[in-house]
Design a protein around this ligand. Structure first.
Ligand code: F6R
Length: 608
């Protein structure tokens, strides 16, 4: 989603703004721009470009922007096509604005401003904000007062950074929904959509709370809440700044993140289990796992599929009743939730708008709120009663990989802890399950040692226009995740189906040009899935088999077999996530798509 950065610097800031925008690239964008205050802060200058930051960099090289005060933006189009004229910053007289989110009442505001004689030069909702602030500034001559008045007109979820010609030592930031962080430097001050953007400058960060707005000078920050009361917010030292955001020896962030999985899964598991004693060591977070009556899980996309695996685990191993829904549906479904239930939200970013809204709904229904998040400073983490962090480190590739498997790691540990608390798992079972979890990083490492089989399959998949993924039981969410990964990375249409549903419709699709990827570990349901494979083979379908079992009598129909290790069924989803990630990754590499920033996608979806 859009990225915001702002700098009140000691020297020229355009270069630093560009570097900070590069660190926000992972959020997804389609155009970018920078505005600075030149000529001793009296004149606004801007440079914008459609497409990648390299285009903005080239434009800046031709026409450099001077000035010690500036704002920058990567735009992910919502109102108006991705183009230079719609790219931020937007300007009106002495005001320049960058914006993340949506101004919901922008049409009314636009009509009202147009009636007052304002001429618009873009199709964006953001330009309305610039004109509103400029109008109020003309009336009050105080940027802070103008901002306060303008905010009263704006509806929606948005973050803003604003600079004012004639006020060289001033920048105003607003957080109403999407996150915004203040970075404290030495005689310098920063604004950024997240701490990663500000990492090269400072690790001293103040995260604005929802509804806050802040008036920054180089030496001072004043924060106001939604009611314009002066408030103080804690200054934290963030660890995000310590992470080096680079690709290492890998071609893509996604490859690096796939390869980090043995380490980060181990890391995450170690937070929740004691490998030495082979026991769960679930932190005391005030969750009464023995007494919970029902769990309601809600999340989006890949995080939802992690939650779906969690449902199978919690039902099977803890005997817990679990409901699950995608957050965009759950938030409007008006589901009655019995008090005393646990509502569990899964989110890498911790900022996904639908997941956050689902959380607020559950809160209003008197649920206890737990969140599995990768960003512990995020809005969802802060809104939860209890936070279960994934220790995946920053995930830069837009398509989630290591965050997904770390979410699974937390859910697996939670299922064991709940099973134990509810008397469904005895000590011997606990030891066996924790022991098996301990082997997951090794199994993934050995799969990563040779990626050539995936390259070969990728060449085949690249020729297909549609791909079907099948899985049964706990492997069904892995089939769904495999299909999602392939479509988002390679743009090949793919669908995941429960294998048992094959006969109820999708079997009509089967012909020799439709690759069918079957997630079929040798678990209790293998024979059933094998029967589905026979149905596919009988109709000339081409199978890619992910299994520890050999294809046997179906050898002719199985075009490719990824030989998986034999696993305790409990750990199957964690290990089988890997081949579906690698298939999507290598197909995308072979097809030459933008692996780390697939078209139209955003990393953190902070609007509905
Ligand atoms: C797919 C992917 C998305 C996210 C979804 C939720 O690869 O990354 O489907 O999983 O947008 O995002 P978070 O986990 O940040 O709430």
């Amino acid at each position: 989603m859009c990225g915001i950065v702002g700098i009140l610097g000691k020297g020229p800031v355009a270069g630093a703004l560009l570097e900070a925008l590069k660190r926000l690239e992972y959020r997804g964008y389609d155009s970018a721009g920078i505005a600075t205050l030149a000529e001793d802060g009296t004149a606004l200058k801007r440079c914008r470009a459609e497409g990648k930051l390299a285009n903005l960099e080239a434009a800046l090289a031709k026409d450099p922007l001077p000035g010690r005060t500036g704002i920058g933006h990567t735009r992910w189009a919502t109102h108006g096509a991705p183009s230079e004229r719609n790219a931020h910053p937007h300007m009106s007289g002495p005001v320049s604005v960058v914006h993340n989110g949506i101004i919901e009442n922008f049409s009314e505001l636009r009509s009202a401003l147009a009636a007052e004689g304002v001429a618009f030069e873009s199709d964006t909702d953001t330009e309305v904000v610039a004109h509103l602030i400029a109008r109020e500034l003309a009336r009050t001559e105080s940027p802070t007062e103008a901002m306060r008045r303008a905010l009263a007109h704006l509806k929606g979820a948005f973050a803003l950074a604003v600079i004012f010609a004639g006020h060289e030592d001033l920048m105003i930031g607003v957080r109403n929904g999407p996150p915004l962080a203040i970075g404290h430097g030495e005689g310098e001050m920063y604004l950024g959509s997240d701490a990663i953007a500000l990492a090269p400058f400072t690790n001293r960060i103040t995260f604005l709370e929802d509804g806050d707005w802040a008036v920054l000078t180089r030496e001072r920050v004043q924060i106001f809440d939604r009611s314009h009361r002066a408030v103080t917010r804690p200054l934290t030292r963030t660890t995000a700044a310590a992470h080096l955001v680079d690709k290492g020896n890998h071609r893509h962030f996604m490859a690096k993140e796939i390869h980090e999985q043995p380490e980060v899964i181990g890391h995450t598991l170690a937070r929740y289990v004691d490998f030495g004693a082979k026991r769960v060591a679930f932190p005391d977070l005030g969750l009464d796992l023995a007494r919970i009556r029902r769990v309601t899980i809600s999340a989006c996309g890949t995080a939802y599929y992690a939650g779906l695996v969690g449902k199978y685990w919690l039902e099977r191993w803890a005997g817990l009743a679990v409901d699950i829904d995608i957050a965009s549906e759950f938030r409007y479904r008006e589901a009655p939730l019995e008090p005393g239930g646990l509502a569990l939200f899964v989110s890498q970013s911790g900022e996904t708008a639908d997941t956050l809204a689902a959380l607020h709904y559950a809160r209003a229904q008197s649920q206890q709120i737990a969140a599995i998040v990768n960003v512990t400073e995020s809005t969802i983490a802060r809104a939860a009663d209890c936070v279960l962090p994934t220790l995946a480190g920053p995930e830069i590739g837009v398509a989630s990989t290591k965050a997904f498997t770390c979410q699974l790691a937390v859910l697996a540990a939670l299922a064991i802890a709940a099973g134990k608390a509810r008397g469904r798992i005895d000590e011997a079972q606990e030891q066996a399950l924790v022991g098996a979890l301990g082997e997951v990083p090794r199994h993934i490492s050995s799969l990563l040692a040779d990626e050539s089989p995936y390259e070969a399959i990728a060449h085949d998949l690249a020729k297909a226009s549609d791909v079907l993924y099948l899985g049964r039981g706990i492997n069904y969410p892995i089939a769904l995740e495999g299909a999602l990964k392939l479509k988002e990375l390679s743009y090949i249409h793919a669908e995941g189906y429960a294998a048992g549903e094959l006969k109820h419709g999708p079997i009509a699709l089967i012909e020799e040009n439709l690759p069918i990827i079957v997630v079929a570990p040798g678990d209790a349901l293998f024979e059933k899935t094998f029967a589905n494979m026979q149905e596919v083979a009988a109709r000339g379908g081409r199978i890619v088999l992910l299994s520890d079992r050999a294809p046997g009598e179906l050898a002719d129909a199985v075009a490719h077999h990824i030989a998986m290790p034999e696993l305790l069924p409990f750990t199957i989803p964690l290990v089988y996530a890997l081949p579906v990630q690698l298939l999507a990754y290598h197909t995308a590499v072979f097809m030459g798509t933008d692996v780390d920033q697939p078209r139209n996608l955003a990393k953190s979806v902070t609007v509905e």
